[in-house]
Design a protein around this ligand. Structure first.
Ligand code: GLA
Length: 385
């Protein structure tokens, strides 16, 4: 049974109405990590793995949720939306943000589940938040556009889940386009869909199976360190509106102004902002070899300066460097576990990945999972033919 069929059948078991169906994708990010909240540029794409929703209004004042994957149900009165625990905070966060923005809705029944590995850095939380918002926007006719929904979904993640994330994940999930990446300016939210012409390469994710958890507080800590670093740098560069107008050279010149960790964070951010601009140029020139080199550089920065890697991720990237068929590799997403993203020659993908996962198994005693990625459109309603 496909995931979509499981969701529909669970809805029929629990409720007697006809729901509308939706798909909300996870995302990958080619380059531009931890700079969405630092006014940088990112290059995400929505993927064909995600979360399916079956949702119908129920003419009551109660929201009923069924998580098919976790086999849990939860009902809440719309007058009593407050922070709870685990997955409930993702859906309750959405309802809370709608209420605080005076967007009114009635009770509804919602069954959801998917095929995104949780904690793998593929944004399952953004897929849930954006998907629920999109479904409610359709059912209760809020009239929100996709950018407004991405902003609200980001606020939902800030609220009850408590992760002060940037806009990338929610934006990519809602605004993706099949066979394209999104070149997103995180300051203005101007974006362009750029065709992904990888020709002889695959995008391959290798999952360390180390469960990354942004809520652990490290993510919010990085964000705070960058904010503090910027305030100090601004005393020297008063005209700078954001990290975008400060170069790595200028950060280095101000080394004495910053404590060692804050210096490293700010250096990484300014380098990554430069790298992503160059990466955008290489992508548009179809120069994937140079693009891939930048991916390796990003990993080095994320590992040494931003300190969001772990032994398992570093091992996978070091192994990748041993294979000439891999032209780029780095940790993807928030870090502290999850996946590496790799550009691997199609012809040799299978053999290369087998060698890397065997080495990983030997070193850590864990079977890494491998996903060859395909892109998808952003969140959409599935209309039955
Ligand atoms: C998480 C956050 C994003 C982004 C990435 C790192 O996925 O949700 O906003 O900051 O980490 O690039």
């Amino acid at each position: 049974m496909s995931t979509q069929e499981r969701i529909v059948s669970a809805f029929q078991q629990h409720f007697s109405t006809m729901p509308k169906l939706f798909f909300s994708p996870g995302r990958i990010n080619l380059i531009g990590e931890h700079i969405d909240y630092n006014d940088g540029f990112v290059m995400p794409a929505a993927i064909d793995k995600g979360v399916w929703f079956a949702v119908a209004a129920n003419n009551s004042n109660t929201a009923n949720f069924v998580s098919v994957d976790l086999k849990e149900t939860y009902s809440v009165s719309l007058n009593e939306i407050e922070k709870k625990d685990s997955w409930k905070n993702y859906v309750l966060g959405v309802l809370h943000v709608l209420q605080t923005n005076n967007i009114s809705f009635g009770g509804f029944d919602c069954v959801f589940g998917g095929n995104l590995p949780v904690g793998a850095g593929l944004s399952s939380s953004a897929a849930v938040e954006g998907g629920l918002l999109f479904a409610l926007n359709t059912i209760f006719s809020f009239g929100l556009n996709r950018i407004e929904m991405a902003k609200l979904a980001q606020k939902a993640e800030h609220s009850f889940p408590g992760v002060n994330c940037g806009i990338m994940d929610q934006f990519a999930s809602l605004n993706g386009k099949k066979d394209h990446v999104i070149l997103l300016d995180c300051t203005s939210l101007e974006y362009k869909h750029f065709p992904l012409q990888l020709e002889k390469y695959n995008i391959v994710l290798i999952n360390t199976k180390v469960h990354h958890s942004l809520a652990s507080g490290e993510y919010n800590k990085r964000r705070k360190q960058c904010e503090e670093g910027f305030v100090l740098l601004k005393t020297k560069f008063p005209e700078a509106k954001s990290f975008r107008s400060i170069s790595p050279k200028q950060v280095t010149e101000q080394k004495n102004l910053l404590d060692a960790k804050t210096f490293d964070r700010c250096l990484y951010v300014t380098e990554e902002i430069e790298r992503t601009q160059l990466a955008g140029k290489y992508l548009q020139e179809n120069n994937l070899i140079e693009f891939g080199k930048l991916m390796f550089q990003t990993h080095a920065g994320l590992s040494k300066l931003y300190e969001v890697s772990c032994n398992e991720l570093d091992f996978l990237v070091d192994e990748a460097k041993q294979h000439s068929s891999i032209i780029g590799s780095r940790l993807m997403g928030g870090g502290f576990g999850g996946c590496t993203i790799n550009l691997i020659e199609k012809d040799t993908t299978e053999a290369t990945v087998a060698a890397i996962t065997a080495a990983y198994q030997q070193k850590f005693g864990v079977a890494a999972e491998v996903y060859i990625m395909a892109t998808s459109d952003g969140t959409y309603e599935i209309i039955a033919n």
